[in-house]
Design a protein around this ligand. Sequence first.
Ligand code: SF4
Length: 393
Amino acid sequence: MYKHPFQRHKTREVGVGNLVIGGDNPIIVQSMTTPDTYNIDATVAEIHRLEEAGCELVRVTVPKAEDAAVLSEIKRRIKLPLIVDIHFDHKMALAAMDHPIDKLRINPGNLGGMDRFRLVLRKAKDKGIPMRIGVNAGSLEREFAMKYGYPCPPAMVDSAIRYIEIAEEEGYHDIIVSLKSSDVLTAVEAYRMYAKLANYPTHIGITEAGKAPYAVTKSACGLAPLLLEGIGDTIRISLLGDPVPEIAAAFDILQATQRRVRRPEIIACPTCGRLEIDLEKIILQLEQRLAGRTTAIKISVLGCVVNGPGEAREADLGIAAGGGKGMIFKRGEKLYTMPESEMVDCLMKEIDIWEDEERAAGRLQAGAVTFKTDSREEDHDDANGRVGLPLLK
Ligand code: SF4
């Protein structure tokens, strides 16, 4: 089977609650709530729905003192690490840090000056709270937009590097960086440029992607090249409206790019006039019976002999159908034939055997999240003693 020559952007590890972002840790899926944050019941209910869908990190907005005031209560009622999103008012960031929050998200360029950014950095450092420095093409600081004439990728990266340098001057290194744009090409280029310059982990996403299903496709177009180049330590798919569908979309993108495989991958042909079995019914039954499995196994079921044997040989398990029967393959080798009516049962039986064999050989993979109890106390400098901007120094 083809192995992608994958190299992950080497990033530092940053602890966020009981998660670790960056390094070799799994790419974390996050989302953001939609009710007014001070509406505790509605906010907590949405966080619980997100958690049930698989969300691993959640962000709430804090534009007003009433929102900051309820953060302890929200935190008490949820299990997910809590990120607080701040714009314009550094006092909200300072107030939020009086509560047991797990991370801040700010855009230093809209806080009204670097002195205010430094105040936020100092308190975050004192409290051991990590921070996402979120540069956004739509709200780029005037100085950087003017330098290049418009909010292009170099302007965004310059801006991020400047904020990182200020944070480092304050001795603060618990940084995650985002360089979002609603324009796919701008975002991809900005993250690519950044990854050549710095090693703080990245939160990736295509901002304001709009409404599904186009927004999911647009996000996938932007995130897939980055993920395949090893860029991205945490991910959000921004969808208009209810955030819960963002989670399945994010995990689908991670699954398809093989950056975080959490379930069996089913390969099925689109069907055509050559079809010789009821493939839709078989795939539906297979999906139902595999629901909840986290095994990283590739299973192909194709409807005729045109591509069936080839795909079946490339998969971990595969069926090549023809004339109401199917030949099952395991790791490229033919096993036996079975009638169409037994295909799903046979596949399920062979999947169990395959899992046992892989487990015994120590090769069984699932997309588990790596947890640490408290990574904030770790020394975040890498083996060479470098901090955030190795190529600039
Ligand atoms: S595998 Fe066969 S049935 Fe399926 S799309 Fe291709 S030619 Fe058609």
